[in-house]
Design a protein around this ligand. Sequence first.
Ligand code: GSF
Length: 206
Amino acid sequence: MKLIGSNTSPYVRKVRVVMAEKKLDYAFELDNVWSAETQVHQSNPLGKVPCLVMEDGNALYDSRVIAEYLDTLTPVCKLLPANGNGRDRADVKVWEALADGVLDAAVLVRLEKTLRPPEQQSPQWIERQMGKVHAGLAVMSDKLGEQPFCMGKAYTLADVAVGCALGWLSFRFPGIAWRDDYPNLAKLFDKLSERPSFRDTAPFEA
Ligand code: GSF
């Protein structure tokens, strides 16, 4: 399998953490989706990473589809509850949607601020998206409570998604004081950061 991605994308990181937890081998192909040389659209018409190209040449996207597929490949470190356990499985997927949704909103803010000249930026748009970031963080903290992991005792894809979202917020939005506001999220994040899967995939700009 070949994973097309970058060292900065939190969605790519989610897939890489899953690969590492499940001890799956893959080739990692770096692609800068914002450069003129990007090749990713040859595999993903949406021009986005992550994109997983499989042995038969077919491609999978987006990160949620890839993560779900990877979890079926080996019983090592099951990250999603079995299909028969539909409610728990849906709960994990809601956590993932929440973490990804916080990222989607924060990414929109970053793009607004980095791709548009200041006079074309919309403060109302930025405020709307930041509202989602803050509301999402508050609900994450509330849902986590004092549990060791998002779903309780078991480490799941929910923790992978939350860890990648929090890590990216610290990387790109150091001004968002989520660690001070939500000590329980900080505790979870610190615990996740000790795992080799997270340590080896921390975001960085080349
Ligand atoms: C989001 C992927 C995405 O926006 C997923 O895979 O979960 N829902 C998708 N990737 C960004 C890079 S980043 O912000 O992490 C991307 O490839 N953007 C290129 C573009 O043209 O929007």
